[in-house]
Design a protein around this ligand. Structure first.
Ligand SMILES: NC(=O)c1ccc[n+]([C@@H]2O[C@H](COP(=O)([O-])OP(=O)(O)OC[C@H]3O[C@@H](n4cnc5c(N)ncnc54)[C@H](OP(=O)(O)O)[C@@H]3O)[C@@H](O)[C@H]2O)c1
Length: 417
């Protein structure tokens, strides 16, 4: 479709498309892991000329729409706001963007993704105020909030359990040695995976046995650009001088308040943030996986790579808090040594936890398997939720679409072609 598509004087469709691309570019400047989503906004006059733009720079700073409105000043009146995410209608640290857009005299809003949180609903507020509201699907805009939307839908960070095992399911040898089960190719991929998550989590058992750094590094050992928050779970202290136990005086990070539109879970007592040479490490002295995730969510983490060991990963599995498995399978046999999973309380084959194989890749001599839990009768012995309980929202894009579908039948919610 070409030309104008509303009763309001509105910019040409091509200009709106270009503005959405630009808004995504702006959104990407926001922090990847934050309690708020990354959002970009461009204000277009009826001729398609940009009169203001902005992005959200993270929790506690003005929203993208507010930044764009401030940049445009009086020129905002009569313009179209092109936003990567539905404007909020929520009174948080900043006033609702929907109200600000109405007050500024915006006549049309085009947004790409619906907000699945209770902060959303701005589209309705805008329509009620007589603004022409359009939802326009845009892959880039969906991708930029995918992790955030998935966590918002789950109500916690998405969890991928990553393990490296032999063909017979051993994650270490009988003498405790576990370096290296898999090939350099697998290990390089494991480091790349770390760059894509908000936090890497291990139990104190692994921290004490292996003294891992949990950073993302290239093959030469250099730190990659994106680094996850490193998290150790368990009551024991880590020795000073160990890679995760090293603390510098005076580097405790204070707790923060709840995010806009988010409620923060009560954190485990006694948690501690220390800093090693390679960045912050969070030590959570708890055995409760849900508490770990609530704490991480409160810190703006959307995705977790659970790197074991078997005891901690088993606890997450039993609690139904594993969404995906990433297995690096080495063509090797050990015959003894710790297994990938502890006893899950499954006594008979009919109760086996079944998984769906999503992807298989070769990494040098190894196989990489990506799996999702399958809804079915397999629940755990302790009666907790099935491990697949959250798998339906296992992709961020799906979460955004699912959330968008709430609005799909609203008569006035027309798709921009
Ligand atoms: N191949 C692989 O992919 C891989 C990955 C990781 C580890 N590993 C190997 O696994 C071995 C370590 O295994 P692990 O099972 O001892 O390690 P782990 O799961 O990392 O740590 C277990 C410890 O975590 C604490 N913990 C936290 N939450 C818990 C809960 N819900 N229930 C019970 N304990 C909880 C406990 O210590 P506190 O007493 O301190 O509370 C517990 O002893 C090492 O040999 C390591 O090399 C292999």
């Amino acid at each position: 479709m070409t030309g104008h598509y509303t009763l309001h004087p509105a910019p040409p469709t091509a200009a709106v498309e270009a503005a959405l691309d630009r808004a995504v570019e702006l959104a990407r400047r926001g922090p990847r892991q934050d309690r708020n989503p990354r959002v970009g906004c461009v204000l277009l006059d009826p001729k398609g000329v940009t009169v203001g733009e902005g992005f959200h720079a993270g929790h506690g700073t003005p929203h993208a729409e507010a930044v764009a409105l401030a940049a445009a000043g009086d020129s905002a009146r009569g313009t179209t706001a092109v936003v990567t995410l539905e404007p909020c209608s929520h009174h948080g640290r900043t006033p609702p963007c929907a109200d600000a857009l109405v007050a500024a005299g915006i006549t049309q809003v085009v947004y790409a993704g619906a907000d699945p949180t209770h902060a959303g609903g701005g589209a309705r507020v805008l329509r009620e105020a007589g603004v022409d509201v359009r939802k326009h699907r845009h892959t880039g805009a969906e991708q930029v909030v995918a992790d955030w939307a998935r966590a918002a839908t789950l109500g916690r960070p998405h969890v991928t359990w990553k393990l490296a095992s032999t063909l017979d399911g051993r994650v270490a040898a009988a003498d405790g040695t576990s370096r290296w089960i898999t090939s350099p190719e697998s290990r390089a991929e494991a480091h790349r995976v770390r760059t894509r998550v908000g936090a890497v989590v291990v139990g104190t058992g692994t921290a004490l046995a292996d003294d891992p750094s949990l950073t993302a590094r290239d093959r030469a050992g250099r730190l990659l650009q994106e680094q996850p928050l490193r998290v150790v779970v368990g009551h024991r202290d880590l020795p000073a001088g160990s890679r995760l136990g090293e603390t510098r005086e005076g580097e405790m990070v204070p707790e923060e308040g709840p995010a806009d539109g988010w409620s923060s879970g009560e954190g485990p007592r006694d948690d501690q943030v220390s800093s090693s040479r390679e960045g912050p490490v969070l030590h959570l002295r708890t055995h409760d996986p849900a508490q770990v995730l609530a704490e991480l969510r409160g810190r703006g983490v959307h995705s977790v790579l659970l790197e074991g060991g078997p005891t901690l990963a088993g606890a997450f599995w039993r609690a139904g808090l594993v969404d995906e498995l990433l297995v690096h399978l080495a063509p090797a046999l050990l015959g003894s040594g710790p297994g990938a999973v502890p006893d899950l309380g499954i006594g008979t084959l009919a109760d086996a936890a079944r998984l769906e194989l999503v992807d298989v890749d070769r990494l040098g001599p190894d196989l990489q398997l990506r799996l999702r839990s399958v809804p079915g009768p397999a629940t755990t012995r302790n009666g907790s939720a099935p491990a697949h309980s959250a798998s339906s929202a296992s992709t961020g894009t799906a979460a955004v679409h699912a959330a968008s579908s709430e609005h799909a039948h609203t008569p006035s919610d027309q798709e921009v072609p």
